[in-house]
Design a protein around this ligand. Structure first.
Ligand code: TRP
Ligand code: SF4
Length: 336
């Protein structure tokens, strides 16, 4: 049986952090190594530009940073096709074709787009760009150009997959069965809170630990984590349930250590500084192999470029095949 194609991607707007690691990267590596799938990962630079059009340097720089992050966690170009979105012109072409199959009001009702527009008032003011409003159409092209069958996503991305399915159905009903309808796979991975307790981890919030952080940076960040605010003295009884340090111990420390942390904290037998140091060490230890691998590739930029070029070439071939089918279905195959 043919392996199912998995399609995922990230906007290259910053380096990846441990939220990405637990949220999607870990699952991608597991799926890759299971050998059961044909995984494609796109670095969505065109999508990144929809809300960073005024900052092309940032997007360009982060294409390589994200690639380094991918390689560092164990994604392997021999097993996973990793490519740059803007280098696949078929995706842009498909976006234009699909734009006839989507109404403006449907895009305006898309919950993901709605939330994001509300968050980007500073950039867009009162009126959002055509490109940003339409990015779900471009994302539908991302998925269908490669006949992505499975799309592992977080909950926030579900409305985008739904919209993609609608486009596929509409296309197939008008032009004949051509496109593959994707299936969203809701990852059971959980969203990791920031060091400050914020539901979201992110650069703008300054509450994230990056895969590329040095041991010193990790220590410093852990020291600033939010603990039980009612604990004033070292021997006062604490509540680990409202402490971000204990939350992170559960992610990075062995089970036994976590149990000790909670027990000693509740009994007032644990100092927060020592508790944080122990956590920082465990995070550093966990991320060490990732950081070492990242450094290895950082020192070999030609190799990283070679991976990107090869992945993009391979993806392009796949997209060309889809484009042939699409043009035939749309009666645009003039001189074939
Ligand atoms: N929208 C996704 C994000 O912000 C990135 C993305 C672009 C994507 N194209 C995709 C994800 C196609 C899955 C499939 O994270
Ligand atoms: Fe948090 Fe540890 Fe301090 Fe308890 S002892 S409040 S778990 S840092």
């Amino acid at each position: 049986m043919e392996k199912k194609r998995i399609l995922t991607g990230d906007r290259p707007t910053g380096r990846l952090h441990i939220g990405h690691y637990f949220g999607s990267l870990k699952t991608r590596v597991e799926m890759q190594n299971s050998g059961k799938y044909d995984p494609y990962i796109l670095i969505a630079d065109v999508q990144a530009l929809t809300d960073n059009f005024n900052n092309p340097d940032k997007v360009r720089k982060n294409v390589r940073e994200v690639m380094l992050d991918y390689l560092s966690v164990g994604l392997e170009p021999e097993k996973t096709t990793i490519y740059i979105q803007s280098m696949i012109p078929e995706v842009a072409e498909l976006t234009v074709f699909y734009s006839n199959l989507v109404t403006i009001s449907r895009l305006q009702r898309n919950p993901t787009v709605k939330t994001e527009i509300a968050q980007k008032k500073e950039l867009f003011g009162e009126s959002v760009t055509y490109g940003f409003l339409g990015y779900p159409v471009s994302q539908a092209a991302d998925i269908t150009a490669f006949e992505g069958a499975l799309v592992p996503v977080g909950e926030d991305q579900l409305p985008l997959i739904e919209q993609c399915k609608e486009i596929v159905r509409k296309f197939n009903s008008i032009y004949g069965e051509t496109l593959v309808e994707p299936e969203a796979v809701l990852s059971n991975a959980k969203r990791i809170k920031g060091l400050d307790g914020n539901e979201k981890m992110g650069k703008s919030l300054g509450n994230a630990i990056y895969l590329s952080d040095t041991p010193e940076e990790i220590s410093k960040k852990v020291m600033s984590a939010v603990t039980d605010p009612n604990r004033i003295k070292k021997d006062s009884k604490g509540n680990p349930d409202i402490c971000m340090v204990s939350y992170y111990h559960k992610l990075f420390s062995p089970k036994e250590e976590c149990e000790n942390v909670c027990e000693e904290c509740r009994a007032g037998k644990r100092g927060c500084v020592a508790c944080k140091k122990q956590l920082a060490n465990n995070i550093i230890k966990t991320l060490e192999p990732i950081r070492e691998k990242r450094e290895y590739y950082e020192k070999r930029p030609e190799l990283v470029d070679k991976f990107l070029i090869e992945g993009t070439q391979k993806a392009r071939e796949t997209a060309k095949e889809t484009m042939k089918k699409v043009k035939r279905a749309m009666k645009l195959d003039y001189f074939e």
